[in-house]
Design a protein around this ligand. Structure first.
Ligand code: ASP
Length: 429
């Protein structure tokens, strides 16, 4: 049995958390490969090491000394080393890194040093071998992971040993460090699991799993016990953000289950992902909800909409607008657009479409949200919509995009809609 365990920044923010992670890892002999993030925030007003490193790069690129910021980073790691009673000469590592920094040092290299330092200390604390991800995780120049090469590298480096490897980065073909986008250590963990044909990828974080609803809106929502890969990806497309978006594919392609667990409550099972595709004839139930705010809905009605559809979507995309969902039925095209401060662009584009399609009727509605319900079984759809409407929330549009049902509501009524929908979920599960 082999488990790949990945710990996020909040699980590694200080020495006491490092010690907690050590206890979790050593409590199970199958936890032989550990992937770590940089140290995260210790408390609300604190800073993540990675944020400080990006700031160091910004200073250097403008020719400003980053010494003060660097001191803060050094202090954090020296404190962790001391608090864990380790002898590791981290000062030498820190001096070596600082001595190599200049205005020309790449942003990715600087940003990656948090994971590197965390992994050095964690390897020491666990008595595991440190394996630098620069030695196994390879990207091409377009930033795409070279799977075969990376997997073969890790297989020969790990070779049955107990290892700690840093998350978030790898190297380009010329050896320069390259990082994933933010939160990318999740992807490193998933790649390590796929490379080593692990039995389980455990992703340890600060939440008790994937929650059935946003806890800022619904009091004490339940954790979802099990999800299929497809269901997780469907929720993530709408807005659930527990894992990096690219973290599912490597484990999914090798059918390795993924478990989200809480470092604070290791006794809880968390959420397990990797059920076979959901059987819709199974007991109907509502699994959970995800939401996406600040959307606009454009509806174009025209008898020749089938022929016009491609042009309309192209016009929107050329205007830099991001289409979240589109559907065409009964001579009407409905497009949901993410409005990321691009309201003017949307209006401009709508006027352009009006001019291009003089026969068509165009209706634009803004200040909307989508409430997505992850359903297993079809029977609850009318109940959900009725519950939302009974609370005075009009549903402007409904799309059955299994496994998620999408309900479009006014943004100002999103919270009411979620609470109403969640109460149906509680009654039926
Ligand atoms: N430390 C990086 C970040 O803050 C990567 C990670 O934690 O996964 O985004």
């Amino acid at each position: 049995m082999l488990k790949i365990t990945k710990f996020g920044g909040s699980s590694l923010a200080d020495a006491s958390r490092f010690l907690r992670v050590r206890d979790i890892v050593l409590s199970d002999i199958s936890r032989r490969v550990v992937v770590v993030s940089a140290a995260g925030k210790r408390h609300a007003g604190d800073h993540k090491i990675t944020d400080l490193l990006y700031l160091c790069h910004a200073h250097l690129s403008y020719g400003v000394s980053c010494w003060d910021l660097w001191r803060r980073i050094c202090d954090r790691y020296i404190d962790i080393r001391n608090g864990c009673s380790l002898q590791y000469p981290i000062e030498q590592e820190l001096e070596r890194i600082y001595a190599g920094l200049s205005a020309q040092t790449s942003c990715d290299y600087i940003a990656s040093r948090g994971e590197y330092l965390s992994a050095r200390l964690m390897a020491e604390l666990l008595g595991y071998t440190f394996v630098d991800s620069a030695e196994w995780l390879q990207f091409d120049y377009a930033g795409r992971v070279l799977y075969d090469e990376s997997y073969a590298n890790l297989q020969s480096l790990a070779d049955g040993r107990k290892i700690v490897t840093p998350g978030f980065y790898g190297v380009l073909p010329n050896g320069a460090v390259h990082t994933f986008s933010r939160g990318g250590s999740d992807v490193t963990g998933s790649l390590a699991a796929a490379a080593l044909h692990a039995d389980l990828y455990e992703n340890w974080t600060d939440v008790t799993g994937i929650l059935a609803a946003d806890p800022r809106i619904v009091a004490n929502p339940a954790s979802i016990a099990q999800l299929s890969y497809e269901e997780l990806q469907a929720l993530s497309r709408v807005g659930t953000q527990v894992l990096h978006e690219s973290a599912v594919e490597p484990v999914r392609s090798r059918q390795i289950p993924l478990q989200i667990r809480s470092t604070w409550q290791p006794e809880l099972p968390g959420t397990r992902i990797g059920l076979p595709s959901t059987d819709y004839s199974a007991e109907p139930s509502i699994v959970g909800f995800a939401g996406r705010r600040n959307l606009a809905m454009l509806r174009v009605a025209s008898s020749d909409i089938g022929r016009r559809m491609g042009d309309i979507l192209r016009t929107l995309s050329l205007a830099g607008l991001s289409v979240f969902h589109s559907a065409c039925a009964l001579e009407q095209l409905t497009v949901l657009i993410d409005l990321d401060g691009s309201s003017e662009r949307l209006h401009e584009c709508t006027e352009r479409l009006r001019a291009q399609l003089p026969q068509a009727q165009l209706k634009l509605r803004e200040n909307l949200s989508v409430l997505a319900a992850l359903l297993r079984g079809p029977d609850l759809l009318p109940k959900l919509v009725a519950a939302v409407q009974a609370n005075g929330v009009p549903v402007h549009y409904l799309a059955d995009t299994r496994p998620c049902l999408l309900m479009i509501v006014n943004d100002s009524q999103y919270e009411t809609a979620l609470r109403a929908a969640y109460s149906v979920c509680q009654k039926n599960n």
